[in-house]
Design a protein around this ligand. Structure first.
Ligand SMILES: Cc1cc2nc3c(=O)[nH]c(=O)nc-3n(C[C@H](O)[C@H](O)[C@H](O)COP(=O)(O)OP(=O)(O)OC[C@H]3O[C@@H](n4cnc5c(N)ncnc54)[C@H](O)[C@@H]3O)c2cc1C
Length: 470
């Protein structure tokens, strides 16, 4: 058995790094363990959108904003489906986290903050991106932890997954790393689980979310190890009722989880739709120019298999702006000859057969849409209808709702201590980050920045204020 650490941080990513940095600055002897061979976790892949109200950047730009307004926006966007105390803790402390990042040299996109991009907009400009997405955050966090490692306050062990917790009479005393002869028990006064979500683990994803993991977009080490560890300590899970997928991506193939190929631009505020969206029954399910991204996502949630086809004809293909931001019209046309998610046919009936949807339903859907176009009155209320779908060949591109983050997470109390289902804290163990699940912080919605910012903030709070050392 090894010596006792003040804090054992399990996972050196978004939440774990600030925890280790701030605990070390308070004089703690910190052990930082990570399963990966590098620090930074999901931030290497993430967009890294953050949200914080009352920041120095906002004040400098004359934007008046408060955590109360941020909280009210989250209740509005999530339709009050979030965990109030956790969201309160996150928004009340987000500005201090963001200001700290800026003081450390975080490179923000110069025209930010903005009200929103990708998700339902906030009522205030409180949305910040790094110039290099999540990697801008990795740069800052690694630069801050490095001196702590060099002066010996933080001991870092990479490629060291925690396999189990060391427990004694219901108290967490440390962690176990290595297996067989290499098995090591490491003791610590505080164990902090910051080892991320489970969105790269198809079995856990389907067990907790009740549907398959269709796409592979999560950090490969997001295997849900922390969920297993937390449950083994007596913790329990929250948020299962809140699953929501994005509005669809194009997968490489039908073998789940499949790599993600790309997506059509389905944001009407960036590109008005010329196409129609058709579910596996061959029916439209939303007005394609629905302005609310949340409404579009919830409409997709109700569709079989969380999938739909984007359908158009030759005249639209020729006239509409390209549907993919990074490809020309010709690049996209070429995909219909080689990509399994892009199908093309001379007639609608043949197209339906290639899509695997009922031909009569697709014919009726297109005829109804065309009538609506001619009458200027769409059955689903769509306003932007530049052309009917009448000239073959016809085209369809399959889109699949999927997730890159975890909805379900461990229950914690107001100081981020793991709790049992009777509310009693489990001594010696805390949790922060995606391990708490999107369902608690964003409810049944995507609230901009409300995964990355709470992860950073809760990690900071644990290291700076919550954890008690000898
Ligand atoms: C593509 C993508 C885009 C996203 N975009 C946004 C966004 O724009 N805004 C937003 O708010 N959120 C976004 N998110 C979500 C957000 O980035 C994550 O929820 C957040 O970074 C997770 O932080 P974390 O500290 O919990 O986990 P991570 O940052 O993933 O850190 C966990 C660490 O634990 C390590 N680990 C795993 N298992 C073990 C183990 N057994 N022992 C030791 N270490 C272990 C991992 O290797 C990893 O380094 C996005 C996520 C993805 C994947």
């Amino acid at each position: 058995m090894q010596n006792t650490w003040d804090v054992i941080v399990v996972g050196g990513g978004t939440a774990g790094l600030p925890c280790a940095i701030f605990a070390a600055r308070r004089g703690a002897k910190v052990l930082l363990l990570d399963a990966a061979d590098k620090l930074g976790g999901a931030l290497h892949l993430a967009q890294g959108q953050l949200s914080a109200a009352g920041t120095k950047v906002q004040k400098a730009r004359g934007i008046s904003d408060t955590p109360d307004e941020h909280f009210a926006d989250i209740l509005r966007i999530s339709k009050d489906t979030v965990n109030h105390p956790l969201v309160r803790l996150a928004v009340d402390n987000a500005a201090e986290t963001f200001d700290w990042l800026m003081d450390c040299g975080f490179e923000m996109v110069p025209e930010h903050p903005v009200e929103g991009r990708a998700h339902e907009p906030y009522s205030k400009q409180r949305y910040y991106w790094g110039v290099d997405y999540g990697r801008s955050l990795v740069k800052v966090l690694v630069a801050q932890v490095q001196p702590e490692i060099e002066r010996g306050a933080v001991t870092l062990r990479l490629s060291t997954p925690v396999e189990a917790l060391d427990m004694e009479n219901g108290t967490v005393r440390g962690v176990v790393v290595g297996k067989g002869d290499a098995r090591e028990v490491i003791r610590g006064r505080n164990v902090v689980l910051t080892c991320g979500g489970y969105a790269a683990n198809p079995e856990m994803f389907s067990a907790l979310n009740g549907l398959p993991l269709f796409g592979q977009g999560a950090y490969p080490h997001s295997q849900g190890a922390g969920i297993t560890l937390g449950l083994s300590a007596g913790g329990y899970l929250r948020g299962a009722q809140s699953y929501l997928s994005n509005f669809g991506v194009i997968l490489e193939n039908d073998r789940y989880p499949s790599p993600i190929f790309g997506r059509f631009n389905t944001y009407p505020n960036q590109r008005q739709p010329w196409e129609i969206y058709v579910n596996t029954h061959g029916r439209r399910f939303i007005r394609e120019d629905e302005p609310s991204v949340d409404a579009r996502e919830h409409a997709l949630l109700a569709q079989p298999g969380l999938r739909y086809w984007i359908v158009f004809d030759e005249s639209i293909r020729r006239a509409a702006p390209p549907q993919m931001a990074d490809r020309t019209r010709e690049d996209i046309a070429a995909l219909f000859d080689r990509h399994p998610m892009f199908v093309k046919a001379d007639t609608l009936a043949q197209l339906a057969a290639r899509m695997g949807v009922p031909a009569a339903a697709l014919a009726d859907t297109v005829a109804t849409y065309n009538r609506g176009h001619n009458d200027g009155r769409d059955a689903l209320g769509r306003a932007h209808m530049p052309r009917p779908l009448s000239d073959g060949p016809f085209y369809a591109v399959k889109h699949q709702g999927t997730s890159v983050t975890s909805t379900v997470g461990l229950a914690v109390n107001h100081v981020l201590q793991l709790i049992q289902d009777n509310g009693a804290p489990i001594p010696g163990i805390y949790a922060a980050g995606e391990i708490l699940g999107a369902g608690q912080l964003m409810g049944s919605a995507f609230c901009g920045g409300m995964m990355g910012t709470p992860a950073l903030t809760f990690g900071r709070l644990l290291g700076d204020k919550v954890l008690q050392f000898a």
